[in-house]
Ligand binder design. Structure first.
Ligand code: CR6
Length: 832
């Protein structure tokens, strides 16, 4: 049956009246020509509903654009290679306050809104924390009515889908655009040329200009981002690469040379094909650099266009005004090319001199660092840079030269440090551009993402620059949006919070959650809280059954670690702990076992396709699960489950249902972490090291409500030294767990190389660089404390309540408010 058979179509969007909304959904089913008209299954229902919601978003987007145009406020542009938007429907109707009306409307077609929303594919244009952070930030920017936009790339295939096969993880291309995304609006009038390769030409008057090479177009797609309870909707503008009809060689095509006829078209397609193409080959490296430049150049051309659009007299050069109208935030070093690109546009296109262009650039750009891991600090080969971006390489060389001259002339005492502080590393073996150094030299502000991380930046990574620019460095502890991560993903708990606080204003003022503290011992609240948790655990258990076929017991302790698989995050320690637990259970009598706290250990996360040890860890979790879960002696007390294809919407099911979550990275290595905040907000207790934002979470929720263990950041270097000197004596329990795996208890796969990474005395990738062996004893002892605490239900629920109550600080509204005031100097600009 078609939609129109059920409800008469109506073209105008409506937000309050379910019948009118249904009419609009019916209209989209019929006139937005995506599906043939006869069927109206759940999938068609999703697309038509989404398009109906999009009409509201567009209205707001237009109003906001016009309002910003009229008011001409200073505006922030957030440049990020990654956005992990996840699904948008529930969030959009929730933020617009029309969930109930849309739920009633879709009922008229015989559907539940939740089921319709479940049809949506995740937009996974990111890897992990950094990308999800960018998406949370957009939600907060819109909610706080800030004049701010995000810029990114429209990847054809998002982050791969993970399938678990016999050999472990398999990657499959992700398909968010296989049909289409109902949220994006293509802007055929927003197109900018992007050049690659070519050479620098010098005109008779000595001006330099980039010419030749190949030119592609960047085409804008806007994804409207609605704020919560506000009329403002901002933009996530995603760029797609396009070649034009003129680039299609009809002569060659007719001559049968089909591939070369469309060469530029296929190059254009490569640019936005995937996020982080493999970079083991030279081609791969070049492609990644192309992507980064594509994002920076298109975004800056657009920013400059808007700067002029808002006050046409600016076209004749009021460039000193630029930094009072524009703030550019670089999300990690991936958009560093924004620096030389802004310099180039200002000098070569707008005719500014170096000093003036540099002043404008410096006052405009700011940089957030998200990691201190040396392998993640980007370095680009100077040769590749010169080939792809010859003019930018010149500009970078000049920045490097001027920085050195500045240090030599003003800071004689720093001369010995210059080589490591320079932008260029001219090591003849491998000359590179150090992107983080370029950011620090050029940006007006550099920030880390949690107190501990920002201190490490100041005291170690960027210590030398600190003495030159003491005011440049700041901290902005990460945050998460309370809309998606409590209000919408955990409606049961949200209702309880609203009921006890007697207001739902916590949704946009998360500090109000502290009001729960005074009820932390209230038995009525305890009963409601426990019931909500159980409901979420059941939903989680159903998901696990659906995707793995494994039945788990909602009365067991749900213990979860979900994040990218990385050795520093130490999923290996988690699984070694589970192996040790299993072995001890096997050794117990049936009577002894009955005293044990039953536990379901769940691990989820994707391993980068070429990261061998991470893939071995995925395999190990699966192999351990296969044995433990089928062992009738113990599987009442322990289950080990690998949750496949972890993504934003899986997180929305898992986090509400978790009771204990693991954030157990080697201290000093996790810049912040953000899922730790989501768990704690949802009343889950953390077991963790003093790392990243864990430190601040523990301060906020209280140390009694956080299971702390392990080495501290300032001890790590010493322990590694000790280990190098052969002085480490492993705990017998650690040896026992490893030995058990080596014995073949979990199948025939060869785990020797993985386990060997925990042995030996020296080197990265060997000698237990991440100190699993050092922390293992305190880890399993702390896990034993968890088991005891869980037996005392009252105590546990109280801990859970106090975690939620202490999570106010971790709202991304707080984070973004601080960025707005302390880095961007922008203020709210609400649509009246
Ligand atoms: N991997 C950090 O490792 C932090 C996020 C967001 C990360 C993580 O601790 O929470 O950024 N870093 O700030 C990078 O991506 C480089 C991450 O997600």
């Amino acid at each position: 049956m078609s939609a129109a058979d059920k409800v008469k179509p109506a073209a105008s969007p409506a937000s309050e009246d379910p019948s009118a909304i249904a009419g609009n959904i019916s209209y989209h089913a019929q006139y937005s020509p995506h599906f043939s008209p006869l069927a109206f299954g759940p999938e068609q229902a999703f697309y038509a509903t989404a398009e109906s919601v999009r009409d509201h978003l567009l209205q707001r987007w237009n109003d906001t654009y016009l309002h910003f145009h009229k008011m001409d406020p200073k505006q922030t542009y957030y440049l990020s290679m990654e956005y992990l938007q996840g699904r948008a429907l529930t969030n959009a109707v929730g933020n617009l306050g029309i969930t109930g009306a849309y739920a009633d409307a879709v009922k008229k077609f015989g559907y539940e809104l939740e089921a319709v929303a479940g049809q949506e594919r995740d937009a996974a244009l990111g890897n992990g924390g950094l990308g999800r952070l960018a998406s949370c930030f957009l939600d907060s920017m819109a909610t706080l009515n800030l004049p701010s936009w995000g810029y990114g790339l429209r990847y054809r295939y998002g982050l791969f889908k993970q399938r678990i096969a016999k050999e472990g993880q398999e990657e499959i291309a992700e398909d968010w655009l296989d049909k289409f995304s109902p949220w994006e609006i293509v802007r055929h009038d927003v197109v900018y040329p992007i050049r690659f390769f070519g050479h620098v030409e010098i005109s008779p008057d000595g001006r330099r200009k980039w010419a030749g090479g190949e030119v592609l177009n960047a085409l804008a797609y806007d994804v409207p981002i609605p704020g919560y309870k506000t009329k403002n909707a901002i933009s996530l503008r995603l760029w797609d690469a396009k070649a034009t009809a003129a680039d299609f060689n009809l002569f060659q095509f007719n001559d049968g040379q089909y591939e070369s006829a469309a060469q530029l078209h296929s190059r254009a397609q490569q640019i936005c094909a995937v996020l982080y193409p493999g970079d083991a080959t030279e081609e791969g490296k070049l492609l990644r650099l192309k992507q980064q430049y594509f994002l920076c150049s298109a975004s800056l051309q657009d920013i400059i266009f808007r700067f002029k659009e808002r006050k046409p007299d600016r076209a004749s050069g009021k460039w000193s005004e630029f930094p009072s109208k524009v703030a550019v935030q670089m999300n990690d070093t991936h958009p560093t090319l924004a620096i030389p690109e802004l310099m180039r546009l200002l000098m070569d296109e707008e005719g500014l001199g170096w000093d003036e262009a540099w002043d404008v650039t410096n006052k405009t750009v700011a940089y957030t660092n998200h990691t201190v891991l040396p392998e993640a600090l980007e370095k680009w080969s100077q040769a590749v840079m010169r080939k792809l971006l010859p003019r930018h390489m010149e500009i970078i060389e000049e920045i490097d030269k001027r920085f050195r001259e500045m240090v030599i002339s003003t800071r004689k005492d720093m001369e010995g440090k210059i080589e490591s502080m320079r932008v260029l590393d001219n090591n003849p073996e491998k000359p590179v551009v150090r992107m983080a150094n370029l950011c620090v030299v050029a940006a007006h502000t550099v920030n880390g993402v949690a107190e501990l991380h920002s201190n490490i930046l100041k005291e170690e990574l960027f210590a030398d620059y600190l003495s030159i620019w003491p005011k440049k460095f700041q901290n902005k502890t990460n945050g998460i949006t309370p809309r998606r991560w409590l209000r919408f993903c955990n409606p049961e708990l949200s209702e309880i919070v609203t009921k006890w606080l007697k207001t739902d204003q916590w949704t946009s003022n998360l500090d109000l959650l502290t009001g729960l503290r005074k009820f932390a011992d209230d038995e009525k609240l305890h009963a409601e809280w426990a019931a909500a948790k159980l409901a979420s655990k059941k939903r989680l258990a159903k998901h696990v059954l659906d995707v793995t076929g494994i039945t788990i017991d909602p009365n067991s302790l749900f213990d979860i670690q979900i994040k990218r698989i990385h050795e520093y995050k130490r999923q290996l320690m988690n699984i070694l702990g589970a192996v040790y637990r299993y072995k001890k259970l096997k050794e117990m009598s049936a009577e002894e076992r009955q005293k044990v706290t039953p536990r379901t250990v769940m691990v989820g996360g994707k391993a980068f396709a070429t990261y061998t040890n991470a893939k071995r860890i995925v395999k190990l979790v699966n192999d351990v699960g296969a044995v433990v879960n089928n062992d009738a002696d113990v599987n009442k007390y322990l289950k080990v489950v690998f949750i496949p294809n972890y993504n934003v919407s899986v997180a929305e099911v898992l986090i509400p249902g978790s009771e204990l979550s693991q954030h157990i990275s080697t201290a000093g290595m996790e810049a912040s972490g953000t899922s730790n905040m989501k768990f704690s907000l949802n009343g889950c207790v953390i077991i963790g090291t003093l790392d990243g934002a864990n430190v601040e979470i523990r301060e906020e929720v209280g140390q009694d409500n956080f299971f702390l263990f392990g080495t501290k950041a300032d001890q790590i270097a010493g322990l590694r030294k000790e280990r190098e000197n052969g002085l480490f004596k492993p705990d017998p329990r650690f040896e026992e767990a490893k030995q058990f795996i080596r014995s073949g208890a979990f199948g025939t796969y060869d785990y020797t190389p993985l386990l060997d990474s925990l042995e030996g005395n020296t080197g990265f990738g060997r000698g237990d660089y991440f100190l699993v062996g050092y922390d293992f004893p305190s880890y399993i002892e702390t896990q034993a404390r968890v088991d005891e605490a869980y037996k005392d239900k009252k105590k546990w629920i109280k801990m859970s309540i106090l975690n939620t109550a202490g999570s106010g600080k971790f709202s991304s509204d707080r984070t973004i408010d601080q960025y707005a005031k302390e880095i961007w100097s922008i203020s709210a600009c609400p649509v009246p």
